[in-house]
Design a protein around this ligand. Sequence first.
Ligand code: MN3
Length: 193
Amino acid sequence: MAITLPSLPYAKDALVPYLTAETIEFHYGKHHNAYVVNLNKFIDEGKADGTKTLEQIIQSSDGPVFNNAAQVWNHTFFWNSMKPNGGGEPTGAIAAKIIADFGSYAAFRAEFIAAAVGQFGSGWAWLVLDGGKLKVTKTANADLPLVHGQTAILTVDVWEHAYYIDYRNLRQKWVETFLDSLANWDFANANLG
Ligand code: MN3
């Protein structure tokens, strides 16, 4: 079973002015697609088991197979972590749970930004559910909550390819914009279960 590049959940210019169509064209059309192409090549070569689900491949691989499979999953999750007219304080169950586990939305926001800015080099910042509690984590390269027994709730990509076209070296501005204008709290609520 071949791995396919999932459709974007919105048009490539739907996140303007916070992310340009050029960023989406490169990040989704080139980077995300390349991970899909690479993983299918590993399946064709017998280095990855194409009868497994993407999650099963991630949980039973290492090296280049893990890196490409995890990056396929991470990017699909990331595109869904944003929406047009998103961001700002959440509503619904995730809002109450953030206040219960972080004290306030402001405390969560500060911790999430610190994790994203503090990730040295390429990686991801996450809001995860771990043992029934919401936590902020950061992972390097392709690493992801699934292999740490955590449930991913929301993520921001802090690889330079995620923000360099629109934000140049200003990673903090990118992460603040993600939370304030793009975050998809409907998706977070759905992931909370
Ligand atoms: Mn990326």
